[in-house]
Design a protein around this ligand. Structure first.
Ligand SMILES: [Zn+2]
Length: 109
């Protein structure tokens, strides 16, 4: 079975192709190569963090095991407020964050 890491790398390649085809409409989206930063797998699913649009704008894909492959269950965005706070304070004390409730990640869409 494909690893969660490989599944998301394939997904990112397909997404980059889409933006290439979309051309001028994409307004520069997809120009920067998005890469997998971290992948953790469990018995039931996986979480894969990618570089997104850069620091403070990373993405996290929550995956579900689906027979011999994976299914994207949820995509989360890095909480930019927490990221900036961590940069300023030097630590990620985000428990009182109004945006993400302390998780550091916000549901997308
Ligand atoms: Zn936050």
């Amino acid at each position: 079975m494909q690893s969660a890491n490989q599944f998301i790398e394939d997904f990112l390649i397909k997404q980059a192709h889409f933006f290439q085809v979309a051309g001028p409409l994409s307004c520069g989206l997809g120009e920067r190569a998005e890469a997998v930063l971290e992948a953790t797998e469990s018995l039931t699913g996986a979480a894969v963090t990618t570089s997104g649009s850069g620091p403070g704008y990373r993405q996290k894909f929550i995956l579900e095991r689906k027979r011999d492959s994976w299914k994207i269950k949820e995509v989360q965005s890095e909480c930019t407020a927490c990221f900036i706070r961590a940069q300023l304070a030097g630590n990620a004390n985000n428990e009182s964050c109004e945006d993400c409730g302390g998780a550091g990640w916000c549901p997308q869409g």
